[in-house]
Design a protein around this ligand. Structure first.
Ligand SMILES: [Zn+2]
Length: 403
């Protein structure tokens, strides 16, 4: 399939990325995103590498076994530690970490609003104290762009304010104005940096330039009217792709689904669409059905560390006594290297013994599950039976919770 799609795919010279929708089924889309470093088939799940590492998973495993084509790294965390000067001195995040495929960095905004202490939001940026050592820091659209240029990600995100899910209309509007102002300033500084050639990454795809791509973020909390305004005005500024931010931040699930159904199909057809920080397998399928192409979430690795595995018949927790002598793999329908080799009984024993290997193995399986779910969704879209695939998969996912 990769070969056939590659030959259909034409990249545009001088662009940081190229994007093509190759198939549609209802609003669901299968696409091909080409960066300088990898060809990414969508819908795609991007494993989260918060500190420049996908927790517990070696890069060779991400490449060779899991075949992740793009991962995410967090600007906020890398800004605080090891610090941008160190990463710059080591030649950017690709060289520093040895990850050679595509990287997307977030703007740092979300973590400033969720992790940092004593935040002061001003028109020019956000002053805060580091959650690591309490030191005083400042982030602004300009600084975020400078950090992300130094990191050398293939895709960088505009700096936005991410308000809590249950914010009132008046404050949501105020926040939206600030995010739009920051989006314009992000783009301005981004373009200056691209012209200065701040990026140091090597170029493997000759048709693409050495520039980075910049995505804008649609905010507007739970208000459809604000979401639409945010979309229109963000598109007016003009970005290489568009993300939906501010979901899965404490609002009801029905609100999130309503916004996805409303806003995703209205986003530009000819640009990739990215839903930030969401979510469960059910959320991903729902979003794909409305035309979202890219996802990231910490769930596979975070749950992996607490013994919780995603399977085709719902979530299971390996701590449960019923697995003590269970010789089945985590998910008999999964062909990952963990499921091919290890039993639930053994994994449970590792968990009970506090062995670090259990976190590594379940994280691996969970990542395989999310990556495969998106690959299967893609195949279903291409075949034109996405709705049937979604219905059957959701039916399976509900099975364990009914037991
Ligand atoms: Zn597996």
């Amino acid at each position: 399939m990769v070969t056939r799609l590659s030959s259909q795919f034409r990249s545009e010279k001088g662009r940081a990325i190229s994007w093509q929708v190759i198939s549609k089924d209802g609003n669901a889309r299968a696409g091909v995103l080409q960066t300088r470093r990898s060809l990414i088939e969508t819908p795609v799940f991007m494993p989260v590498g918060t500190q420049g590492t996908v927790k517990g998973i070696r890069f060779e495993c991400l490449e060779n076994e899991l075949d992740a084509r793009i991962i995410l790294a967090n600007t906020y965390h890398l800004f605080l530690r090891p610090g941008i000067e160190i990463i710059r001195a080591c030649g950017g995040l690709h060289k520093f970490s040895s990850w050679q495929r595509s990287l997307l960095t977030d703007s740092g905004g979300f973590q400033v609003f969720s992790l940092a202490e004593l935040r002061k939001i001003r028109e020019d940026g956000v002053e805060f104290r580091s959650h690591i050592d309490g030191s005083r820091k400042f982030l602004s659209p300009e600084i975020s762009m400078e950090i992300q240029a130094a990191l050398g990600a293939d895709i960088v995100m505009a700096f936005d304010e991410c308000p809590p899910g249950k914010i009132d209309f008046k404050n949501a509007r105020k926040s939206l104005e600030l995010t739009l102002n920051w989006a314009e300033r992000s783009k301005k500084r981004f373009l200056e940096l691209q012209d200065e050639g701040a990026d140091t990454g090597f170029i493997s795809c000759q048709d693409l330039s050495g520039r980075q791509a910049l995505f804008g973020i649609i905010q507007g909390a739970g208000y459809l009217q604000l979401r639409k305004e945010s979309l229109d005005r963000t598109v007016e500024i003009g970005f290489d792709g568009y993300a939906i931010g501010g979901l899965s931040v404490g609002e009801e699930k029905s609100v999130m689904y309503e916004i996805l159904e409303f806003i995703a199909p209205q986003m530009p057809e000819d640009k990739p669409r990215y839903l930030m920080g969401v979510g469960t397998p059910e959320d991903l399928l729902e979003a794909v059905s409305h035309g979202v192409d890219m996802f990231d979430c910490v769930l596979p690795t975070r749950n992996g560390r607490t013994g919780s595995a995603f399977t085709s018949f719902g979530k299971i927790n390996i701590r449960n006594a019923k697995y003590a002598t269970d010789s089945e793999p985590l998910d008999p329908n999964c062909a990952c290297s963990v499921c091919l080799r290890y039993s639930r009984a053994y994994l449970r024993h590792l968990y009970q013994s506090g062995e670090m290997l259990v976190a590594i193995l379940i994280s691996h399986h969970n990542l395989a599950f999310f990556l495969n779910l998106m690959r299967q969704a893609r195949q279903a879209i291409i075949k034109g039976d996405f709705n049937e695939f979604k219905r059957k998969t959701l039916e399976g996912l509900r099975r364990e919770s009914q037991n």
